[in-house]
Design a protein around this ligand. Sequence first.
Ligand SMILES: [Zn+2]
Length: 310
Amino acid sequence: MMKAKCGYSTVRALLVGLLLLSQQGVHAAMQVVTTTSDLKSLVEAVGGPHVTVTSLVPAGSEAEEYAPRPQDIDRLRAADMVVRIGLDYDLWLDRLLRQTGRRALARGGEAYVDASNAIVLLEVKGGGVGGGGHAHGVGNPHYWLDPNNAAVITGNVVEALARLDPGNAKFYERQRNEFLARLDERIKQWASRLAPLAGKPLITYHNNWPYLARRFRLNFIGTLEPRPGVAPSAAELARLIKRMQAEKVAVIVRHPQEPSRDVDFLARKTGARVAVLAASVGDLPQAQDYFSLFDTNVAALLAAFGEPTP
Ligand SMILES: [Zn+2]
């Protein structure tokens, strides 16, 4: 008899367990796929425990040169929502979304988020890439590097999260407000730390930094790349050396995935220092989320200009 009773309670416990599991299943975390690590960090900041986020471009890779992998389609097939940088930055996503064949994830679909929606773009000009390289054709796409733009990006994300998961809409809105309040404090700190660099000329390998520059009054006067994604010729490097000497450029910026050869050559010829900055979360080991991305870059810029770093 005892044995039978034990058997019954075991079965009952199992059934209760299964019921609980299925109930949890209903409230399982939203599976969000982003194109980049920066968007992943921002979605995690507002989604908290209610989201599981995967970035298609692995941290430390070049999103603008990304070649999609077969597992990306599987990830999109399983996704509740997709978030992209948009503009000409992650055009490769369009083909993946077509191959995935899910209406909700297609442009304009309820689970599709273009984070650039309502961003005030810089360097808007007509025309495409032309002559190779990757496009900055519809405006500079590196807009997440102005931390003020996180308000627009997370606004787009939270609108979609609330639509798809209305039960947690209040939570997402509260998380976003708290995140933006913390970010505001940090933006003030970063601005005061970077204040001594205001107006000092610097150049960069790729044109990643206009949004960062506008926010913190940094003075990028040129790029090594004559066009986005195109390496400089010897003649262009020679012209840059003259210009750097004439305008007393003391710092050259590149990010870790960019070739160091031409940057180091200019540094040797002009005595300028090189600052390696993270253009995205995960580009450098210290830049693990959206806050530390800016912490890392602020510290690297101060160090390159010989300013004390606290
Ligand atoms: Zn670019």
